[in-house]
Design a protein around this ligand. Structure first.
Ligand code: GDP
Ligand code: GDP
Length: 438
């Protein structure tokens, strides 16, 4: 499981700037989707092949003297409680303040690994000013400059040193024998627990202990029509002896971890509520994570024809960036529409792990270019030479050639469409990377 790192500190020390550094988007395709609401408080980070989740508590900053302050403190405490490590940011230019002392006192009381990042220290890594920060009793200060990208690597090296990153081994051949890791995500009250309890009851699943899980995350292995699944907890699954039951308890961090840990995410929407901001946030995160995704609109039983029409339109608009995902209409309570959900999950999983050989990809690439060549950009005409598969779940197609930085996003989408069609990819994002040799 990816470790979770919380970034805390008083306002204006540079938490958001650091967050942006730590999570610099690794997928240019995401940025091309208009209408994508990004959740700025949670993000994926990566150092080499070590991946982690970053939580920025800066988003909860108070901007007035209302009850927001209290809410912020609560949110920050929750983020810290759920984190595996904390980066405590202070500002070398402003020096230590009473608030910094308050925060450090709090952090000492929670018994987490805390790393002190002294920000705005561009060109000051040897400065005597850093000495002052030992006073906080948070160990050695790490001088960084979030704005200039200095010291971030060594800070992250220190933070990540304690964690065990197993081999990812995603391109393994035995995909078919492996269980589909499935996460059921969605905001509170969409019906996650109801659906899971329905499944658990119906499938009479056999639970067994999974050794080697690093944390208290519960996964429930089960089999359906010969296909093995592993359900990853998001709904607050609780073990009662040999059975599991879903209890209502929503945690954003748990959801993000489960998404990161899954192969396929079943994202539930509530038909009676429409598509909310929070739905779009979770959906945006699923897209960024690269996981396969199936959308299911639950409580379809509870709305009339007119509402159904409105809802379909709103899904098409607000979740346009997930248009590769199948949309199913279900009623967890009435057990309606559940069969197609399983089928879609299996299809999405197969798509996410589709093998695409270099000769076939290269042939498709050449056919696509023949049908429509990329536009010339000034003196440059991009030359697309060959393509190979660079990963699975999500599938990545790496295209090699010259002047590829001039390939437009429109053209990339055109290529994506051709590849998708040929390999019948549904329910998974497809990433296309360009590697220019000049
Ligand atoms: P937050 O309130 O803690 O999230 O802080 P922000 O990330 O919004 O940054 C507050 C201010 O500090 C902004 O004006 C940033 O441009 C500035 N800032 C952030 N990092 C650095 C840095 O490394 N050096 C300098 N000089 N300024 C920085
Ligand atoms: P969770 O917070 O996502 O786990 O949501 P729950 O499973 O606790 O469901 C929230 C509420 O929605 C409960 O009152 C359920 O009875 C109700 N609910 C769940 N599924 C359906 C459904 O298919 N139709 C209708 N009408 N209500 C449902």
């Amino acid at each position: 499981m990816k470790p979770v790192i919380a970034v805390v500190g008083r306002p204006n020390v540079g938490k958001s700037t650091l967050f942006n550094r730590m999570t610099k988007t690794r997928d240019a395709i995401v940025a091309d989707f208009s209408g994508l609401t990004r959740d700025r408080h949670y993000g994926d980070g990566r150092l080499g092949d070590r991946e982690f989740i970053v939580v920025d508590t800066g988003g909860f900053e108070p901007d007035s003297t209302t009850g927001i302050v209290k809410e912020m403190a609560k949110q920050t405490r929750q983020a810290v409680a759920e984190a595996d490590a904390v980066v405590f940011v202070v500002d070398v230019r402003a020096g230590l303040s009473a608030q910094d002392h308050d925060i450090s006192r709090y952090l000492r009381s929670v018994n987490k690994r805390v790393f002190l990042a002294v920000n705005k220290a561009e060109g000051m890594s040897e400065s005597p000013l850093l000495g002052e920060f030992y006073e906080l009793g948070m160990g050695e200060p790490h001088p960084i400059s979030a704005a200039h990208g200095q010291g971030i690597r060594s800070l992250l090296d220190a933070v990540l040193a304690d964690f065990d990153f197993g081999d990812e081994d995603e391109l393994a051949d035995d995909v078919e024998d492996k269980p589909i890791r499935l996460a059921v995500a969605g905001r509170p009250n969409v019906g996650k627990s109801t659906l899971i309890n329905t499944w658990l009851g119906e499938e009479r699943l056999v639970a067994f202990d999974m050794p080697g899980t690093t944390r208290d995350a519960i996964t429930v292995p089960f089999e359906r029509h010969g296909q093995k699944f592993q359900l990853i907890d998001t709904a607050g699954l609780r073990r009662k002896g040999k059975v599991f039951e879903a209890i209502e308890k929503f945690s954003v961090v748990k959801t993000l971890q489960a998404i990161a840990d899954a192969n396929v995410v079943l994202l539930l929407l509530d038909a009676t509520q429409g598509v909310s901001e929070q739905d779009a946030h979770i959906a945006g995160y699923v897209l960024e994570s690269g996981r396969a995704v199936v959308l299911a609109v639950n409580k379809w039983d509870a709305i009339d024809d007119y509402q159904r029409e409105t809802l379909e339109r709103s899904i098409a608009q607000r979740l346009a960036f997930l248009k590769f995902a199948p949309v199913l209409r279900i009623s967890a309570i009435r057990r309606q529409g559940l069969g197609p959900v399983w089928q879609s999950i299996a299809d999405a999983h197969a798509s996410a792990f589709r093998k695409m050989s270099t000769p076939v990809l290269t042939r498709l690439l050449h056919e696509a270019v023949e049908a429509q060549a990329p536009k010339r950009a000034g003196a440059f005409r991009p030359k697309l030479r060959y393509a190979h598969q660079g990963g699975m779940n999500p599938p990545v197609i790496v295209i090699h050639g010259n002047s590829l930085e001039h390939v437009s996003s429109v053209y990339k989408r055109y290529l994506e469409g051709r590849f998708r069609e040929h390999f019948k990819l549904t329910g998974t994002p497809l990433r296309i990377e360009m590697k220019s040799s000049q």
